[in-house]
Design a protein around this ligand. Structure first.
Ligand SMILES: [Ca+2]
Ligand SMILES: [Ca+2]
Ligand SMILES: [Ca+2]
Length: 381
């Protein structure tokens, strides 16, 4: 067999038609045109990819809203965004728990007045018990929440953790950063019992209200209760969905999501920003590749209210869910007037003169324009 024959035949066919090569100039022109087209298209493609990612986050927030509506229908109210749970059932009579909640408010809110501190702590503990009683009215106070057989632990859950806890139920830790949400226990006297293979009564459990994706459950403060990160950003730039409850009627508390600094094991790391005049730490910053983000705060519909007056909050009767958006920064929160207004994210005069905010640029609110919330149909701007 002569293997050359077919090739030779094709060559001779090709030589029938007119044929010449491209000149160098022609090639350069073509290459430049392709380069220009690619340059024009790439930003459009990047923009489309980003818009698709953002709309996935907006859809996920809508699904969480549906889960919260189911929660309310079955349990009688929306979940609180700051809750303490105490295995001993002693709550306000558990000195260790009271001390921890005290420290939490002292460190984060900078409350130095001891009677104010005591009343803030008592309010938070009483409110937690009131909600747990409302949701699980036949429950005993004493429950083995982590399912280890003991009744000696307690936890302070902030908004991002409370969202996962109430919609997903008791977390079971598989390894340091792998969690399974096991719903609540069907025992009427012990809904908060964690799953314990040695205790059959804890194995029959309710289905969680929301299907959290295991790979996005992240325990930033290593307390065994994960937060849920959105799908924007890398591992280093992960940011949880934050949740603020209106506690029924216009009673948002900006302290509900602060990424508890009393625990030192945050990843990405937290850093403090100090007030220049007093030297006190005011802001807990959430670090990462994109640079730090200030801890989030809930949004209002109008300008900042004078001290002592209740602001007009967005979603005054329910809750706010906030994603930090593509830039991974939450920003201060504050007034969001709505997309139809000419200045959807105005900077309040009080912000510009407030020493709390001076450490950052007054234009810091621009980082909020890409935030995605349950009251803005996607991005704030
Ligand atoms: Ca236990
Ligand atoms: Ca946690
Ligand atoms: Ca942002």
């Amino acid at each position: 067999m002569n293997h050359q024959t077919p090739t030779a035949a094709r060559r001779s066919e090709a030589s029938f038609g007119p044929r010449r090569g491209f000149t160098l100039i022609e090639l350069l022109v073509v290459i430049s045109i392709i380069a220009v087209l690619a340059g024009l298209l790439l930003p459009a493609i990047n923009g489309a990819v980003r818009a698709a990612k953002e709309s996935a986050v907006a859809s996920e927030i809508t699904l969480m809203e549906q889960a919260l509506a189911s929660f309310k229908t079955r349990m009688g109210d929306y979940p609180p965004s700051f809750v303490v749970i105490d295995e001993s059932g002693n709550y306000g009579n558990n000195p260790a728990l009271v001390d921890s909640v005290n420290k939490y408010f002292a460190n984060i809110a900078g409350i130095t007045n001891s009677s104010q501190l005591a009343s803030q702590t008592q309010k938070a503990i009483d409110r937690s018990q009131r909600y747990l009683k409302k949701f699980f009215n036949r429950a005993e106070l004493k429950q083995d929440i982590d399912g280890d057989g003991g009744f000696n632990k307690y936890w302070i859950l902030e908004g991002d953790e409370a969202l996962v806890f109430f919609l997903g139920g008791i977390p079971r830790q598989i390894d340091s950063q792998t969690f399974e949400l096991t719903g609540f226990c069907k025992r009427p006297d012990g809904p908060l019992y964690g799953r314990n293979e040695n205790n059959k009564s804890t194995l029959n459990r309710d289905t969680p209200f929301f299907e959290f994706k295991a790979e996005r459950l992240v325990d930033f403060d290593n307390d065994g209760f994960p937060s849920y990160i959105d799908s924007l950003g890398s591992e280093e730039d992960s940011r949880p969905y934050v949740y603020f409850s209106a506690y029924g009627s216009n009673s948002y508390d900006p302290q509900d999501c602060n990424f508890n600094p009393s625990k030192q094991n945050y990843f990405p790391a937290l850093t403090d920003i100090q007030d220049v005049d007093t030297g006190l730490n005011y802001f807990r910053m959430f670090g990462g590749n994109s640079g730090p983000s200030i801890s989030p705060n809930p949004y209002t519909t109008g300008p900042a209210a004078p001290v002592g007056r209740t602001p007009a909050w967005q979603k005054p009767q329910s809750y706010q869910i906030i994603s930090a958006g593509a830039d991974r920064k939450y920003g201060f929160g504050g007034q969001f007037a709505g997309k139809t207004k000419s200045e959807p994210l105005p900077i309040a005069d009080s912000d510009l003169t407030n020493s709390f905010i001076n450490p950052l640029s007054p234009s810091a609110r621009s980082v909020e324009s890409d935030n995605i919330t349950n009251f803005s149909q996607g991005r704030l701007n």
